[in-house]
Design a protein around this ligand. Structure first.
Ligand code: ADP
Ligand code: ZN
Length: 590
């Protein structure tokens, strides 16, 4: 492991391993197959990149996404590591060059897509390569239980079966469920692997939930500090409208969804990765290929359908380990739509999964621990994490048992045939023709909640539906009906309480790091930006935000000082250090 530590410092410029990295690397270096299950941003790449540098021979990396491969190869080369990729666009000449240098042992890492293994010519060529390690990224793609099954992953084991001696296999994924784990071991024909399932906690992520009265305005206030952000929306239409709105308001943004051409998608993704624009507004089509480590915020404009998606998308914030924020915008109408659509969906467990997601939006206890318990139910967790909107006391709970009972009783009296709006109108005592003609103005519940706002009543009804006190049914539009559970509440045997985000404040406070000199940090960002523009590289490939923050904190004076900074190893110090040292010196001289 000494060698692993040396590589960690010298090449990557990091002080310590993240949880799991050390065990997995050790396993590989001892010649064992491994399965590493680490959350998004947990640092999976290092688990095979360090062994790749330590073991004699070549490491073959199988990865499902071209954009991700390119990113990794560019990043490795910046660190002075010889790496290459072969994809559908690789020209024959380049292909031969790559294979030749791999054969000679000049190449440490070779990235390929799984489809490549199906080619006989490649299978023949691969037999002659000195392959020590095969790393399989996004290994859950081998499983039909996972959320992105790829048939080509099934060919990995057979495609490489002729290799002698058999290389070590390392499978990595962020999907933690048992059946996927079992499929990975079986589908990739792993031999007695060392399995490491990491703690899924991401301590640098601040979890926040808001119920803005004006979602767009609130969104603007969150984006005002100019930090890189992804905004997730439920539909393409919202994505288009919202990205147009942001640009109108002077916030640079690109849209990303499956309705755009491949060329547009690539252009938009590049603009975001290279910090040409601040925001990517996206459907969940955006992400698997995104490896931008310095996204500071992920904001969900609409509530996702399940916690798996939410945690994965939220996890795209702060992969560099610096403070970052995951914000869920909560909107009652949205939730109703989801409940209605789920009722019509055939997907198994869809409703249960949505309920778990709604539970997150309504929970009165620690947000982080709610999420972690979902993934690891056995985990013993303290009651509070201290770093989320609930633990901070930003969200308060109110008892809504009384109004909830009135809602249920009103629905019963109206005959259980109507949707939210009419029920609200009756409870508030609206004087409409429809209400009069149906005789609803003679009900005892008519006008019973005249003092409540429409929004407040909508929230209560949504909560009732989310907690199973109301069923959302109907063929064309959502109708609310009582359920088995309703009686308990009507008869005073149950209580209902609701969370209310106390105030709609920008989350900027959570991103501030205490001992950081903001002025210097901004100057360094500016410098990084100019260098990136000149070199045609994404800024984070030069240094991540976390590195810049550490630079601003430590204010190194000499090239040796630089090596103590997070994320700066020997190669990067030499390549990019001087201008940063100069900028710091200038700043100190005022
Ligand atoms: P994922 O598990 O999502 O594939 P990555 O491998 O992309 O995560 O790593 C996420 C970020 O964390 C990268 O910027 C990487 O350089 C950084 N990182 C990985 N390991 C460490 C470590 N031991 N110390 C500090 N940063 C690390
Ligand atoms: Zn908490």
């Amino acid at each position: 492991m000494e060698d692993a530590y040396r590589i960690l410092h010298q090449y990557f410029g990091y002080e310590t391993f993240r949880p799991g990295q050390e065990k997995l690397i050790q396993g590989i270096l001892q010649g064992r197959d491994v399965v590493g299950i680490l959350p998004t941003g947990g640092g999976k790449s290092l688990c095979y990149q360090i062994p790749a540098l330590s073991l004699p021979g070549l490491t073959l990396v199988i990865s499902p996404l071209i954009s991700l491969m390119k990113d990794q190869v560019d990043g490795l080369r910046e660190l002075g590591i010889s790496a290459a990729k072969i994809d559908g666009q690789t020209e024959p000449v380049a292909y031969r060059d790559i294979m030749r240098s791999a054969f000679r042992g000049d190449l440490k890492l070779l990235y390929i897509a799984p489809e490549r293994l199906a080619q006989e010519s490649f299978q023949r060529a691969v037999k002659n390569l000195p392959i020590a390690l095969v790393a399989i990224d996004e290994a859950h793609c081998v499983s039909q239980w996972g959320h992105d099954f790829r048939p080509s992953y099934r060919q990995i084991a057979t495609g490489l079966s002729a290799l002698t001696p058999r290389p070590i296999f390392a499978a990595l994924t962020a999907t933690a469920t048992e059946p996927v784990q079992a499929d990975i071991v079986k589908g990739l024909a792993l031999q007695d692997p060392l399995v490491y399932v990491a703690d899924f906690d991401r301590p640098n992520l601040y979890f926040n939930i808001l119920a803005p009265s004006d979602r767009k305005k609130t969104l603007l206030s969150f984006l005002a500090d100019g930090q890189s952000a992804i905004v997730y929306c439920a539909t393409r239409r919202t994505v288009d409208a919202l990205s147009a709105y942001l640009n109108d308001q002077g916030v640079t943004a690109v849209a990303y969804h499956a309705g755009l051409s491949a060329e547009e998608r690539e252009r938009h993704q590049d603009a975001f990765i290279n910090d040409k624009v601040q925001v990517a507004v996206a459907t969940n089509a955006f992400g698997m290929g995104i490896d931008k480590p310095d996204v500071r915020r992920v904001i969900h404009y609409n509530i996702p359908k399940n916690i798996e998606s939410y945690y994965q998308e939220a996890g795209r914030a702060g992969r560099d380990g610096a403070p970052a924020e995951a914000v869920l915008f909560f909107n009652a109408a949205d939730i109703m739509t989801n409940l209605f659509l789920i009722g019509q969906s055939r997907e198994p467990n869809a409703r249960q999964k949505l309920d778990a997601m709604l539970g997150y939006a309504y929970t009165g206890s620690c947000l982080r621990h709610y999420l972690l318990r979902y993934f690891q139910p056995t985990e013993d967790l303290p009651p509070a994490c201290g770093h989320c909107a609930i633990c901070d006391g930003r969200i308060t709970t109110t008892d809504v048992t009384e109004p909830a009972r009135m809602v249920l009783s009103c629905i019963a009296r109206m005959g259980q045939r109507y949707g939210t709006s009419l029920i609200i109108d009756v409870l508030r005592g609206a004087k409409t023709e429809r209400i009069r003609s149906q005789g609803f103005d003679h009900l005892s519940t008519y006008g019973l909640l005249a003092k409540s706002s429409k929004g407040a009543l909508r929230d209560v009804i949504t909560l009732l539906a989310a907690e199973g006190y109301l069923a959302v049914v109907g063929a064309d539009y959502p109708i609310l009906k009582l359920t088995e559970k309703s009686r308990a509440l009507l008869q005073g045997e149950a209580q209902l309480s609701m969370n209310r985000p106390r105030s709609v404040r920008s989350g900027q406070g959570h991103l501030a790091t205490e001992d950081l000199d903001e002025t210097l940090f901004h100057a360094l960002r500016q410098l990084r930006r100019e260098m990136a523009d000149n070199l045609g590289l994404p800024p984070y490939i030069i240094f991540t935000d976390r590195t810049l923050q550490d630079l601003a904190r430590r204010m190194p004076r000499t090239p040796e000082d630089l090596l103590a900074v997070h994320g700066i190893g020997a190669v990067k110090a030499k390549k990019y250090g001087a201008p940063f040292l100069l900028a710091i010196r200038r700043y100190l001289q005022g």
